[in-house]
Design a protein. Structure first.
Length: 501
């Protein structure tokens, strides 16, 4: 019985960051460990899972809780709410820059050492965020916090994959579901700073558990550090992302163009460097592999919409509808809830229709769902809004499950680590770019209508702009081979019987 090639660590991180449950057994991300009857081993599994759960809870809740608080934070800092997009993009940018280095650090210094350090950095960043008295300070603190998150989650999952059977894994949906309503409650009834202070007790518990229970694991032959590539790629990603984000601010066009220009120069230097390096931190030659290239391109366009939605929706509900943060938070959990149903239905749909047809049809449906968000008005029943958002969560989660799986169909085993790092980096970058696009779209609409704060029409236009971008992914979805991922989905049949997927 043939089995699909196991996907790498970053493909799991991709699914969680996209807001979906890791795919079910038919799209296995980690092999089941051999059965054991040892009670001590089972208890060890649970202990390791609890440790990883502490990190997952902090990171996933932090990723979803902050958007609900943006209007309140903007009032405290005395800036337009759209400026707070920088606080979201700085964190995601740190993830994009440092995730490729996390695996190499764990292999060189040991997973226990780096994982514990990552949690401490995340906690220090959380404390700094809670103490922020200005937007620039908050942006810097969020970036520092993101450095910890970039190492904490991938290495935590690496420990989990090496120590725990797949059926014993703790799924990472608690944070995305509890984050928005908890953030709304804190902002409405307490102080937004408690959003960050909540991480402290959970993180300290994680540090204690790591010190006591996690073993020190190193790679057998870690690749040589690519410091030059790390610096150049970081400068390129940072310059481009913050440059695009700065275009949403009035009077800062010169700075924005300078950042974008610097990012392009650094990017060109990185391409030159990567072609002459044996093990670059981002291996650009992977884009020659058809299924990987198409998944990166189509997934990137779709993730722009996925990144913009959590930024636009809470602002629309609070600034446009006049809802409290608590009320908007209770609605925005709909997407996470909708993605729950995808876990069981996606494998059967991919097996029945294949990756190409599924990506084309479902991609159009998912984009149309977010276009409907632009039609939301205060007169809509809350139940109807909730239902639309749940459907959006389901179809987008299905889309990302397909992208995150098919990307590795043609990747040879010796290049899997490089592929997962490359894919995760572009994933974070596109989610960040989605926030930038949403902010820029709002800004353009406000300038056109001479408004100081965005109105409902501005939010509608912003939703439709990011929806049009994700719809463009259909062009690349058409280019997949009709037989792409046949073994992964279970559609292929070997001469000796059905293949196991």
């Amino acid at each position: 019985m043939l089995r699909p090639r196991r996907r790498g660590l970053a493909s799991i991180n991709s699914e969680v960051r996209d807001g979906i449950l890791p795919a079910s057994n038919r799209l296995a991300l980690a092999p089941s460990s051999p059965p054991t009857t040892s009670g001590a081993v089972q208890r060890s599994y649970r202990t390791v899972a609890l440790i990883i759960a502490c990190a997952l809870f902090m990171e996933q809740m932090d990723a979803t809780i902050l958007a609900t608080a943006l209007p309140t934070m903007a009032r405290d800092f005395g800036v337009p709410a759209t400026y707070l997009s920088s606080a979201l993009t700085s964190y995601l940018l740190a993830l994009a820059i440092f995730i490729p280095a996390s695996g190499r650090l764990a292999d060189r210094f040991g997973s226990k050492t780096v994982f514990r350090l990552a949690i401490l950095i995340f906690l220090a960043g959380s404390l700094a965020c809670g103490q922020a008295r200005s937007l620039p300070f908050l942006i810097a603190a969020r970036f520092f916090q993101g450095i910890g998150g970039a190492m904490m989650i991938p290495i935590g999952r690496l420990v989990l994959l090496r120590s725990v059977a797949k059926e014993d894994m703790v799924q990472a949906m608690v944070g995305p579901i509890i984050g928005p309503p908890l953030g709304g409650f804190i902002v409405t009834y307490l102080d937004w700073r408690w959003i960050f202070y909540l991480n402290l007790p959970v993180g300290l518990l994680g540090v204690f558990l790591v010190t006591k229970f996690i073993g020190q694991v190193r790679g057998d032959a870690p690749p040589r550090p690519d410091f030059t590539g790390f610096v150049l790629s970081g400068l390129s990603l940072g310059g481009l992302l913050f440059g695009f984000e700065t275009t949403s601010r009035s009077g800062e066009l010169g700075l924005a163009l300078s950042l974008i220009g610097g990012g392009l120069v650094a990017g060109a230097l990185y391409v030159f460097h990567a072609r002459r390096t044996a093990a670059p931190i981002l291996d650009l030659t992977l884009m020659r592999i058809p299924t990987f290239r198409l998944s990166v391109l189509g997934g990137s366009l779709t993730r722009i919409t996925q990144g913009a939605q959590p930024f636009l929706l809470p602002l629309m509900l609070q600034l446009g509808f006049g809802m409290s943060a608590a009320a908007s938070g209770s609605i925005t959990i709909a997407g996470a809830i909708g993605s729950l149903g995808m876990k069981w239905l996606a494998p059967a749909a991919l097996r029945r229709f294949g990756f190409r047809s599924s990506l084309i049809v479902n991609g159009v449906i998912a984009s149309a769902g977010y276009a409907v968000c632009g039609l939301f008005r205060p007169s809509w029943p809350v139940a109807a809004i909730f239902a639309v958002l749940a459907a959006c969560g389901f179809f987008m989660s299905f889309q990302f499950t397909a992208y995150n799986t098919i990307a590795y169909d043609e990747i040879p085993p010796e290049r899997m680590s490089a592929a997962t790092s490359f894919y995760a980096t572009f994933q974070q970058l596109m989610l960040s770019l989605g926030i930038c696009v949403g902010a820029v779209a709002l800004r353009i609409g406000m300038l056109a209508t001479h408004r100081a704060t965005p109105g409902l029409a501005n939010f509608s236009e912003a939703f439709w702009i990011v929806t049009a971008i994700s719809a463009l992914a259909t062009v690349w979805n058409w280019r997949f081979s009709p037989h792409a991922g046949a073994v992964l989905s279970g559609r292929a049949v070997a001469s000796h019987g059905p293949q196991e997927a």
